[in-house]
Write a protein that binds this ligand. Structure first.
Ligand code: ATR
Length: 275
């Protein structure tokens, strides 16, 4: 029987089965969607077994998104640019890879939060897989200048080179954050804050003004330090990555099932405090 799954390591906390389950129920689709824990060493073999057993689509989460690229026979342009795949679809005996993270972020910001991104001077913090996944979509959504700052400057340079729009997207040094002026959009795509042992980001308040939208691609506890900084810095809005998570799932769902689900009910459910 056709089935679907999210691959990760660890994967037990993934919300994807719940989100896809809610979409399927509302769309009247019978969906078998599982969690599969695969270490980076086992991932490619696990994907082959999954396809042989009837797996027809998969989401891929940390730390497997970059590894998923090599498992694909074809990649969408946005997955190629990101160097990371979060959505796999099986057809003609092959895996086809896409990356819906950037589209999910832009949809969350523009539809749910009604932010007009066009022309916004934007700071992207980080240049890992998460940053690469969203940078092309931010440019496509019409942000103005996109300044990429990463602790390791070579990765920021590589990302700005890959984007291929030197007039608009360029890298700067982390040490120079205090002299970059202020931004209308700041996106935290670093993993700092995901583990309690991580050092906190040290960011100057000179980056913000009272119109700044601050966005963390993380959600839950991992997003608290950056969003607290943004609040203290007077940013107009602080947005975590929960909406992006739901929207990237909706993009995957549409790819597999040909229907666009309503994301509001499950977003509200996940946002509500648990009783
Ligand atoms: P992901 O797939 O979530 O992006 P990743 O590819 O490991 O994970 O990238 C993590 C990102 O967070 C990187 O940009 C990393 O910076 P480096 O490339 O310099 O390592 C960034 N990062 C992690 N911890 C950080 C910290 N304490 N301060 C600043 N940046 C940090």
């Amino acid at each position: 029987n056709a089935y679907y799954a999210v691959f990760g390591h660890p994967v037990s906390h993934s919300l994807s089965p719940r989100i896809h389950g809610a979409f399927a129920q509302a769309s009247g689709i019978a969906l078998d969607y599982r969690r599969i824990d695969a270490s980076p060493e086992d991932f490619h073999a696990a994907l082959q077994r999954f396809a042989a057993d009837g797996g027809r689509g998969a989401n891929v989460t940390l730390p497997l998104k970059e590894l998923a690229v090599a498992a694909c026979s074809t990649l969408t342009e946005r997955a190629r640019l990101a160097g990371a795949v979060n959505t796999l679809a099986w057809s003609d005996g092959q895996w086809h890879g896409d990356n819906t993270d950037g589209a999910g972020l832009v949809r969350d910001l523009t539809s749910r939060h009604a932010l007009d991104l066009r022309g916004r001077r934007t700071l992207l913090l980080g240049a890992g897989g998460a940053a690469r996944g969203v940078a092309p979509a931010l440019l496509e959504a019409g942000v103005g200048e996109l300044v990429i700052v990463n602790r390791n400057p070579a990765r920021a340079d590589a990302l700005s080179d890959a984007l291929g729009q030197p007039g608009r997207a360029h890298s700067r040094y982390w040490e120079d954050l205090a002299s970059l002026g202020d931004f209308e959009l700041i996106v935290n795509a670093t993993s700092a804050g995901r583990s309690e042992h991580d050092p906190l980001l040290e960011l100057p308040f000179s980056l913000t003004n009272d119109l700044t939208g601050a966005v963390d691609l993380n959600y839950g506890p991992a997003s608290i330090p950056f969003l607290a900084w943004a609040r203290a810095g007077g940013c107009r809005v602080q947005i975590d990555g929960l909406g992006m998570l739901v929207e990237q799932a909706a993009e995957s769902f549409q790819l597999w099932h040909g229907q666009r689900p309503d994301t509001d009910p499950i977003y509200a459910e996940l946002r509500a405090p648990r009783d």
